[in-house]
Design a protein around this ligand. Structure first.
Ligand code: NAD
Length: 483
């Protein structure tokens, strides 16, 4: 049994209540560890440690902070195998995915912000007619809260923590209670890297108790949250009256729009990934596939054939395409959405059932599932399933597909497949999403603004946007005399 501990004031400690929660391995359905069931008392202890660390950390040089963050990045990379195995065990994702994507990206998050902070600058505005100069100070906020979900555990956790620390804040952070393991390994790495005590505090526990205590803490100045839209609404309601800064990265129902003039082979290959990578549990997955009528039947046949060749199985095996879903509850929720889609008239083209994997009979496996629909108003096209389920629908014109794509409460990302550059520009301008990918998907440059519109969130992360979020701009106006 692995026993995970909180990381508070530079030390690994038990929750004050001594209460622990069970942690499941989704690939076997068995309990393999315990995590602290922390409450507001643990959060208060973490806050105090962060508050005490803030004066020194916030005044330290950017070079010093940069060096420590780079050391953390290097240590994550040096321990890639251990981290990837832990991520796969905790989340159910293929080990190959954790090794190629999740953990390298977690390391890159630290090295990116280690470098970015050394290039961060602010503005000045001179008006020589009245001998005045304004300049903007960018000061750290103080103690900030970072809360992350289970789908890309270390990847998203570090995406928040790294810019917060780089810009001189101290942090109280909570990973998802469903996937706490790599955040625990990160605690150990931070100790090894010599991160001063209290600068980062990681508290494990449930959202309603531990997470809520972070959000409602009167002196935690900002909340960077990634997770479900409902949770985001609750956080906004709690934090807004306290005038906390908020960055909310929420759910998606992203369109994958395929025109007949696209590079067909590339589109087909990437559409498999944008539909089913990480068992479809990526907020950016293209779960609504819209295909131009002239190639609809061909795409449908080819896509079903390719998907039927995908292997669902033990996440540790090299040729596994889809591992386990993250929990039993989530598997049941995904299956309910599939059954509802069929009841509403959707045509099941492939999948639609849990999978029994030999020697892993208790694991939470589900077939990659394709459902043909004829209305964008069906539940499947309006609600986020967050699993290996996509819908197929045909369209006849650019105007029609723009209207369909925008006809959802979400607005995170969209993919467009076309070789017509004018069309790609028209589509990019009219799609109501925070991100548009043309002839690609999940192609991430960490310098770019990342986030959603409508119910997909508020604010942007990434590059300078993140450093701006974690700093308070203060304008200083000096009038000078030239004698
Ligand atoms: P979730 O909202 O249930 O939980 C996310 C985190 O919030 C967890 O750490 C949880 O413990 C915590 N939490 C829950 N209730 C809380 C409360 N009342 N106060 C404070 N914290 C609370 O989401 P999830 O199921 O872990 O993740 C899946 C969701 O995340 C999906 O909707 C997905 O689209 C979204 N997501 C969005 C992005 C993005 O960048 N937009 C990225 C990944 C995942």
């Amino acid at each position: 049994m692995i026993k995970i501990e909180n990381y508070i004031n530079g030390q690994l400690v038990s929750p004050l209540s001594e209460n622990y929660l069970d942690n499941y391995n989704p690939s076997t359905g068995k309990i393999y560890g315990q995590i602290p069931n922390s409450d507001e008392n643990d959060v208060e202890k973490a806050y105090q440690a962060a508050e005490n660390a803030f004066p020194l950390w916030s005044k330290s040089s950017t070079e010093y902070r940069s060096k420590i963050l780079q050391r953390i990045a290097d240590l994550i990379f040096e321990n890639l195998e251990e981290f990837a195995l832990a991520e796969s065990k905790d989340n159910g994702k293929p080990l190959s995915l954790a090794t190629a994507v999740d953990i390298p990206r977690a390391s890159s998050n630290f090295s990116f912000f280690a470098k970015a902070i050394t290039q961060f600058s602010s503005e000045s505005h001179e008006n020589s007619a009245i001998n005045t100069i304004n300049f903007t100070l960018r000061q750290p906020l103080g103690v900030v809260g970072c809360i992350s979900p289970w789908n890309l555990p270390l990847y998203l956790f570090t995406w928040k923590i790294a810019p917060a620390l780089a810009s001189g804040n101290c942090v109280v952070a909570k990973p998802s209670e469903v996937t706490p393991y790599t955040a625990y390994l990160l605690s150990k790495i931070c100790i090894e890297a010599g991160l001063p005590k209290g600068v980062l505090n990681i508290v494990h526990g449930l959202g309603a108790s531990c997470g809520n205590a972070i959000v409602s803490h009167p002196n935690i100045k900002a909340i960077s949250f990634t997770g479900g839209t409902k949770t985001g609404q609750h956080i906004a309601r709690t934090a807004a009256p306290m005038f906390k800064k908020l960055s909310l990265e929420l759910g998606g129902k992203n369109p994958n729009i395929i025109f007949s003039d696209c590079n067909y082979d590339k589109m087909l290959q990437v559409s498999l990934k944008s539909s089913f990578a990480n068992q479809g549990q990526i907020c950016l997955c293209g779960s609504r596939i819209f295909v131009e009528a002239s190639i609809y039947d061909k795409f449908k046949a080819d896509f079903v054939e390719k998907v039927s060749g995908m292997k669902v199985g033990n996440p540790l095996e090299k040729n596994t395409d889809l591992g386990a879903l993250v929990s039993k509850e989530h598997l049941e929720k995904v299956d309910e959405y599939v059954q509802k889609a069929i009841q509403e008239g959707g045509q099941l083209l492939y999948g639609g059932k849990p999978v029994q994997v030999n020697d892993f009979e208790e694991g939470y496996y589900y077939q990659p599932t394709i459902i043909e629909v004829d209305s964008n108003q069906c539940t499947l096209n309006q609600e986020e399933v967050f699993g290996p389920v996509v819908s197929l629908m045909k369209f006849s014109s650019e105007e029609e597909v723009i209207a369909l794509a925008n006809d959802t409460k979400y607005g995170l990302s969209a993919s467009v497949w076309t070789s017509n550059i004018d069309r790609s520009m028209r589509m990019s301008q009219q799609l109501k999403t925070g991100i548009v990918w043309v002839n690609t998907w999940l192609n991430r440059d960490l310098r770019t603004p990342f986030g959603g519109t409508k119910s997909s969130g508020v604010g942007r992360e990434g590059g300078l946007e993140a450093l701006r979020f974690f700093t308070e701009p203060k304008n200083v106006c000096i009038q000078y005399s030239i004698e």
